[in-house]
Every structure is written in structure tokens, then in C-alpha cells.
Design a protein around this ligand. Structure first.
Ligand code: SAM
Length: 277
């Protein structure tokens, strides 16, 4: 029985609210999977399993695939579709409510890659979740609406500059890989998509104390319209001011005017003297 017949047999109904447009084209599926240099030591986390078109291909390359699917009505068909794929587990839940560290602790692996083909509005929360939960991810491959892909690859621009931009740029190089036509999905969506790849940076800027940096950057952006002087009042403002002076700036700037390198410098200097965080 093919996938369509299995879905039909289980009375599966496509749900717009979950962004259910399933990818059909084998070439596109192969191209996505090949972006990953997945090996038999890789744990792949797939968010939004759908009818498992990608999952099956990932399973052939990876050591283990851990999939998340919010739609419980896909459980019965997926049990059948994935019957032969012994290295695939699916958790039926909203990925955003999961504790990733807990979910992956039973697996042995050398690296983690994330693949997600999802409604665009949960792309940022997904990436933030991996960053906030400090999961060491080598690569994130996401399929998003074409226009959103441009925004992601231009993330270091000023308009959307916030603490996430800084964390993203600290961890990853971001690039748009290719466009995917709306015609290769069922049901067909109204827009074309693009695949964006986040590659873990090989040469990260040297940070003395990552948690300190994270706290500092988050705190600096607490109230976007306020200055560093206001947002960072719990920190040693004199010291911050003298560090910023070396960049011709001062604590009357807003966080959005501070570069990642400047935040790193501030954090490295403050954490030297055990500044509280
Ligand atoms: N990966 C499949 C493919 O490429 O054909 C399905 C892609 S479809 C665009 C998105 C899938 O993500 C749907 O099956 C949907 O039910 C699921 N989904 C949407 N929001 C989710 C969430 N918050 N957590 C887990 N899965 C979600």
C-alpha cells in the first residue's frame, strides 16, 4: 500500500492550522537530505514528520531519527508507514512544549542535526529553543516561505537585530540553499518555499564564559527602547562604560547599536572579575 492509500484508509484530513503541505518530489527530498552530510553517527531531529517522506530518507543515512509530530491523527498511518524503519522514533506532541535534553538523553550519537519543514511562524521559536536549551547542534535545515528565507539570511541586518540575532550569529553561519516550487507539495500552498541552512560556526569568537554572555545580552535587550545604562543597571556600569569608550561608544547607547564583538568584549572583561550574573 502506498502512502496516499494509507492516509486514506485512516481517514486522514489535511489540517491547515498545522501547515500540513506534504512534500512529494523525490529530487527535492534528496537535495534536502544531502545538505546535511548525515552519517551513521548522527542523531537527526525532525520537527513535523507529516507522512514521513523526509523521515524515511533521513533514516537511511542517520544513526537515529527522532521525529516530532503535533497531529495525533497521524499516529496510526505513521506506525504503518514507518514499520520497517527501526531507527525512527516519533513523539506526538507540540515540539515547542518538549524538553529536548530529556528527549535525547537515551540516544548515543556523535553529532546532532535538525531538519524542519514547518509553518514559518514557528521557525524562530524552534531555533531559539535549541539555543536557549543549549543543545549543541551542528546544522539546522529549515524549509520556509521564500520571503522569510531572505529575512533569515539577512539576519545580521539592523531591522530585526535583537538578542536572538546575536546568538544566531554567534553560533551559526546562515545561508539560503535553494528555492522549492509550490508545485511539489500536496496540498499545493499559495507560496514558494526556500531551504535555509544554519551551519555551526567553526571559528566562534572566543568567549570566557558563555552563560555570562547570554545573560548579559538578554538583559541588555530587556527593554528595547531603553539604554544600556537602564537595562544593565545591575552590572558594573563604570566598567562597561570604559570598555565601550574604546569603541567610541558609551552606556547611553541602546543594545541594538552594540555589535556581537563588543558584547563579547564586555562579557569577557566583566566575567574576569566574577561580576555577578
Ligand atoms: N515533513 C513532512 C514533509 O516534508 O512532507 C511534513 C511537512 S508539513 C509542511 C509540517 C508538519 O509539521 C505537519 O505534519 C504538521 O502537523 C507538523 N507540525 C506543525 N506544527 C508542529 C509543532 N508545533 N510540533 C510538531 N509538529 C508540528
Amino acid at each position: 500500500m502506498n502512502v496516499r492509500e494509507i492516509l486514506k484508509e485512516n481517514d486522514f484530513v489535511f489540517k491547515k492550522k498545522f501547515g500540513q503541505n506534504f512534500l512529494l518530489d523525490q529530487n527535492v527530498l534528496n537535495n534536502i537530505v544531502n545538505l546535511g552530510n548525515i552519517t551513521k553517527n548522527t542523531l537527526v531531529i525532525e520537527i513535523g514528520v507529516g507522512a514521513a517522506a523526509l523521515t524515511k530518507k533521513l533514516s537511511e543515512k542517520a544513526k537515529q531519527v527522532l521525529g516530532y509530530e503535533i497531529d495525533l491523527s497521524l499516529k496510526k498511518p505513521l506506525d504503518k508507514i514507518l514499520e520497517e524503519y527501526k531507527n525512527v522514533d516519533v513523539i506526538y506532541d507540540d515540539f515547542l512544549n518538549r524538553n529536548i535534553k530529556e528527549d535525547i538523553k537515551k540516544y548515543q550519537y556523535e553529532n546532532i542535526m535538525v531538519i524542519a519543514n514547518l509553518p514559518y511562524y514557528i521557525t524562530t521559536p524552534i531555533i531559539s529553543k535549541f539555543i536557549n536549551e543549549q543543545i549543541d547542534v551542528e546544522k539546522i535545515i529549515v524549509m520556509v516561505q521564500k520571503e522569510v528565507a531572505d529575512r533569515f539570511s539577512a539576519m545580521s541586518g539592523t531591522k530585526s537585530y535583537n538578542s536572538l540575532t546575536i546568538f544566531l550569529n554567534y553560533y551559526f553561519d546562515v545561508k539560503k540553499a535553494f528555492i522549492v516550487s509550490r508545485n511539489v507539495f500536496y496540498p499545493k500552498p499559495n507560496v514558494d518555499s526556500a531551504v535555509v541552512v544554519f551551519n555551526k560556526k567553526q571559528d566562534k569568537i572566543k568567549l570566557n564564559n558563555e552563560p555570562h554572555f547570554f545573560k548579559l545580552v538578554k538583559t541588555a535587550f530587556t527593554q528595547k527602547r531603553k539604554t544600556l545604562k537602564n537595562n544593565l543597571s545591575d552590572y558594573d556600569l563604570n566598567k562597561i562604560n570604559s570598555i565601550l569608550k574604546t569603541f567610541n561608544k558609551d552606556i547611553n547607547e541602546r543594545a541594538e547599536n552594540i555589535t556581537i564583538e563588543e558584547f563579547v568584549k564586555i562579557s569577557n572583561e566583566l566575567s574576569k572579575t566574577n561580576e555577578k550574573f
